[in-house]
Design a binder for this molecule. Sequence first.
Ligand code: GDP
Ligand code: IMO
Ligand code: MG
Length: 423
Amino acid sequence: MTKKEKKMSINVIIGAQWGDEGKGKHGDIISEKADYMVRFQGGANAGHTLVIDGEKIIMHLLPVGIMRPSVVNLVGPYVLMDLEVLEEELAIAKKCGAKIILDSSAPVVLPIHKQIDRGREKLAGKSAIGTTQRGIGPTYEDFWSRRFVKLGDLVSKERFSKALLQSGYLQEKTAQVKFLRENPWSHKKLLEWGDKFYDLIKPFLGDTRAIVAKAIAEKKNILFEGAQGVMLDALHGAHPYCTSSFCTLAAVNASFGVYNFDRVIGIAKAYVTRVGAGPFPTKLDNSIGENIRTVGAEFGATTGRPRDCGWLDLVALKYACRMGGVTELQITKLDVMTGLKEIKVCVGYEDVDEYASLTLDVLENAKPVYNVFPVWEDDISKVSEYDKLPPEAKEYLAFLENFLGVRISAVGVGPDRKQILYC
Ligand code: GDP
Ligand code: IMO
Ligand code: MG
C-alpha cells in the first residue's frame, strides 16, 4: 500500500444487553475517525447520551456523529422517523454545523401510531410491554404490511394526502384507533400536522443506500450506530418483551447490502439494566440494586423511568455476542462497581444448555448460578490507563474476556468522552 492509499474501515456499534449500555458515549468517541456515521434501525425509542466537557446531550434519532462537523450523518431506510423529535434534533445539528442526509424511504411515525401504542399498553394493563410509547411497534407493523407513509411523502400536502389515502390506509387505522378508545385524527387534522414539516425536511432528503455504496467505493470510514440491544431484538429478544426491529448487524446488511465489517463492537455494562417489563434473571430487588441505580444514574434517557439493575449476566451476554456477530466488546460503567460490598456474575442458568436460545420461557424460569468476585474500593473514575486499574477490576475484566471468548477493547470509567481506557 502506498502512503497515499488510506485504509478504509467499516465498523458497527450494537448494544449487547437490553439497551442503554453506553452506545451514545462510545459511538461519539469512535466517530472521531469516521467519515460517515449511520443510524440503521429503531426510532426515537432510543436515547443515546454523550457528555462532552461536562455538557450532557441526549440524541434519539440522528447519529451522535452530529457533534463532529467532519462527519456526514445518515439516517437509513429502516429507521422510523419521528418528526417532532427530528425537528428538535435538526436544530441541535444546525448549531453544530453538522451534515445530515435522511433516507426518503424511511417510514414516518404518525400521531396515530403513538395513539395505537399508548392505547394497546393501556388495554393490556398488567401485561403491558412497557414500551416507550413512541409508536415504534405500530409503525414497523405498517412497514411490514407494505402500507406506510415514507419520509419522501412529506414534501407536499398532495403527496402526503395521497399516501394517507392509499388503499383505505387511514380508514383502517381510524378503526384501530377507535377500538383502542383513543380519539382518531381526521384526514384534515393529519394534513395540518404535516404542514409544518414539508419545508423542514426537504433539504435533508436523500438516498442513503447510494451514499453508503459510493462511500465504500471511495474507501471511506463508515460507522454504523445501532439502537436498543440484542436482548431487545425482535427476533432474538424474549418476545413480546422486546422492540420491533432487528438490532444486530443483520439490519445493516438488510438496509445497505454491506456484509463485510472490520469491527462489530458490542457495548455492555459491567452489570445489567433493563427498563420496561419482561424477564430479568439477575435483577437485584434490594438495596444493592438501588445503590447501583443511584450511583450509575440509571434512569431512562427517553422516558425518565427508573431502570431495574442486576448482576452481569454472562449467559445473556454470550448469547448476544453470538447472535449479534460481535467481534469485540467495550465494557461501560466499571466505575459504578467501585465500593460494592460484593460482586457477583451469572455464569449459567441451572439445567439450561449454554447454547440455548433465550426465549421468554427460558428467561422466566432461569435460575442463575453465580461466581463471586473480589471487590475494590479505590475511585477509578480518574484512572487514565488500563494498567493502573485495581488488580480486582482487571481480574473481573479478564474473567469476562475468557468466559465470553471475545476481546475487550475498551473500558468506561465515567460518562465523559475522556473517561475511557483502551486495553
Ligand atoms: P445508550 O442508549 O446505549 O446510548 O445509553 P444511555 O445513554 O441510554 O445510558 C447510558 C448512561 O450511562 C448515560 O447516562 C451515560 O452518560 C452513562 N455512561 C456511559 N458510559 C459510562 C461509564 O463508563 N461510567 C458512567 N458512570 N456512566 C457512563
Ligand atoms: P437505546 O437505544 C432501553 C425497550 C422499552 C420496552 C421495549 C419495547 O437507548 O438503548 P418500544 O418502544 O421499542 O416498543 O419498547 O423496548 N426499549 C429500550 N430500552 N434502551 C432503548 O434504546 C430502548 N428502546 C426500547 O423500554 O421494554
Ligand atoms: Mg439509551
